[in-house]
Ligand binder design. Structure first.
Ligand code: AMP
Length: 233
């Protein structure tokens, strides 16, 4: 799709509820600008699977759907952002989740800015994908995936050719455990409660840009690219 570019992008924070299309858009930003996507949820799940000290401490907390304490999060995030692949920028997904974490990130980036000979830009640009609540419910409850090849469908918007069977290998499609209606409503509520203060924090400092996530996927991508280009114009 979009032409790749190796310009410095700096930190990009993607905010948006489950089902807003963050994963899809992050992948496109990653491909165009060749910067990594950093999902704190993925790093934690990896640590749990590997049985590391961090994983052992985080496991029960994550199973309850609570936030992992900052004293475990901060060293993990600091270590990841100091790696070479983050030099030109990165996309943060799932971090920061509280206003306290947003302030901590700013302080970290400010330090890096002064200590680093080729710093990424000091402040993150924060993009929030806004999607209508009913649309979110349809997107999440309609989501199905193929347990064999991993392909994602949506029974409302991108149905398979044959009812509930994968187009590629004919496997019966499944619904993710946390995509069931009774789980989605608390997930969306938790998102609102946790993330609203993060959005407020960035709004106050003039770094929040909202994008209408109800638009077609390609249109959302174009808007995000334009924001990133303007940011560095
Ligand atoms: P996610 O995949 O982003 O939904 O994250 C899965 C789980 O990892 C969350 O429910 C939290 O327990 C934990 N987690 C991820 N990111 C953070 C964060 N920034 N602060 C605290 N806990 C987090």
């Amino acid at each position: 799709m979009a032409q790749e570019t190796s310009r410095d992008v700096g930190p990009v924070v993607l905010l948006g509820p489950p089902g807003a299309g963050k994963g899809t858009q992050a992948k496109r930003i990653m491909e165009k600008y060749m910067i990594p996507q950093i999902s704190t949820g993925d790093i934690l799940r990896h640590n749990v699977a590997q049985g590391t000290e961090l994983g052992i401490q985080a496991k029960a907390i994550m199973a309850r759907g609570e936030l992992v304490p900052d004293e475990l999060m901060y060293p993990m995030v600091r270590e990841r952002l100091s790696r070479a692949d983050c030099k030109r920028g990165y996309i943060l997904d799932g971090f920061p989740r509280t206003a306290g974490q947003a302030g901590w990130l700013d302080a970290l980036l400010e330090d890096k800015f002064f200590e680093n000979s080729r710093p990424t830009r000091a402040w993150p640009i924060v993009i929030r994908l806004d999607v209508d609540y009913n649309q979110l419910l349809l997107r999440i409850t309609g989501r199905r995936s193929c347990p064999t090849c991993g392909r994602i469908y949506n029974v409302h918007f991108q149905p398979p050719r044959t009812d509930e069977l994968c187009d590629l290998d004919g496997t019966k499609l499944v619904t993710r455990n946390d995509d069931r209606l009774e789980v989605i409503q608390p997930r969306l509520k938790a998102y609102q409660e946790q993330t609203a203060p993060v959005a407020d924090y960035y709004q106050r400092t003039g770094r929040l840009v909202a994008v209408n996530g109800d638009l077609p996927i390609d249109e959302v991508t174009q808007r995000i690219f334009r924001i990133l280009e303007d940011h560095h114009g």
